[in-house]
Structures are given as C-alpha cells and as structure tokens.
Write a protein that binds this ligand. Structure first.
Ligand code: FMN
Length: 168
C-alpha cells in the first residue's frame, strides 16, 4: 500500500489566526504525513496568493466568479498510489478553484481517497460529494475529517486528528 497526501493550504494573513507561516490545512497534512509515512504533494499556485487577507479574498472571489482553473507548480504521478489523503480549506462554501485544477488533471480510477478540510464554520460544505462526483472510479473512504482552522492550530485539534486517523 502506497499512500500520498495531496493538499492545498494558504499561509500568511488569514481569518481568525493572524499571520501564519504554515496554513491550517498544512498543519493537518504534515501530521498525517508524520503519522502515516505517506509521500507529500502540496498544490502550490504558480501565481502566489496575496499575503494580505483582503487581497486574497478578492482574488479567490474573482477565480470563483470566472470558474477559473489556476495553474500550480509541478505535479505528481498518482498512478503508483493506492490511498490518497486529499486536503484543502473551504473557500466560499466550496473548494478553492486551484483544487479543481488538480482534481481534473488526474485519473482517479481505483484510488481510495480520504478527504480532509479546514473551515471556519462551513464544515465540509458538501465538497466531499463534489469530490465523489469528480473523482470517477475512486472510493471515498469513511466520512472524511473537517475541523475549524483555528482548532487545527491547537494541541487539542492535532489530538482529534490522531483519534480520527486511528479509526481508519
Ligand atoms: C477566500 C476565502 C474564503 C473562505 N470562505 C469560507 C467559507 O465559505 N466557509 C468557511 O467556513 N470558511 C471560509 N474561509 C476560512 C477558511 O476555510 C479557513 O480559514 C481555513 O482554515 C483556511 O485554511 P488554510 O490556512 O489551510 O488555507 C475562507 C477563507 C478564505 C481565505
């Protein structure tokens, strides 16, 4: 069994957590990588999101409005992995458009996908159902895992993540 963690996460100034060096979802992703020994692919935008929260919001709004598929740096061949943890923040009740860019570029047939996300109130916001419909041929394992971004930055949050990992 080969496992990969794919995630998108934005650092810098963010809602409820001030200015951070690593985003909330990234903290969860790193813990999953540590605990499972999985390989890592971070979806990094070619055109970095602004560090300023308000400017990042404006960019995200524009991308959503135009149904954009922003480019990301490099890529990963997912064909050799059986299980893929897939993580992202909720942006406007949805996945960031750059996450769609990744999903649509890959062949998900036969993969076991375990989604996780952070948010500030929206839960998974129906995005696991979107993943199910977009990742043709994949099996989404369990109920996934979602947590508020501010909780993800606490020991309590990391403990909850580990409790969930132990159920898989
Ligand atoms: C552009 C943007 C839109 C957001 N929209 C929502 C939303 O609709 N619902 C919600 O609960 N949180 C929303 N948030 C909050 C993020 O989901 C939350 O801060 C998340 O933990 C950020 O993860 P990251 O640090 O990994 O990027 C939004 C944040 C940004 C920057």
């Amino acid at each position: 069994m080969k496992t990969l963690v794919v995630y998108f996460s934005r650092a810098d100034e963010n809602y409820n957590v001030g200015t951070v060096e690593a985003g909330n979802t990234e903290l969860l992703a790193k813990e999953i990588i540590t605990k499972t020994g999985a390989d890592e692919f971070k979806i990094e935008p070619e055109d970095k999101y602004p560090a300023n929260y308000q400017e990042a919001i404006e960019r995200a709004t524009e991308e959503r409005k135009t149904n954009a598929r922003p480019e990301y740096i490099g890529d990963v061949d997912i064909s050799s992995y059986d299980t893929i943890f897939f993580g992202y923040p909720i942006w406007w009740g949805d996945m960031p458009m750059i996450v769609y860019s990744f999903v649509e570029k890959h062949d998900w047939d036969g993969k076991t996908v375990i989604p996780f996300n952070t948010h500030e109130g929206s839960g998974n916001s129906g995005t696991y159902d979107i993943l199910k419909s977009k990742m043709t041929g994949a099996t989404l394992k369990g109920d996934g895992f979602n947590m508020s971004g501010s909780t993800a930055r606490t020991n309590d949050g990391i403990e909850k993540l580990n409790n969930w990992l132990n159920t898989l």
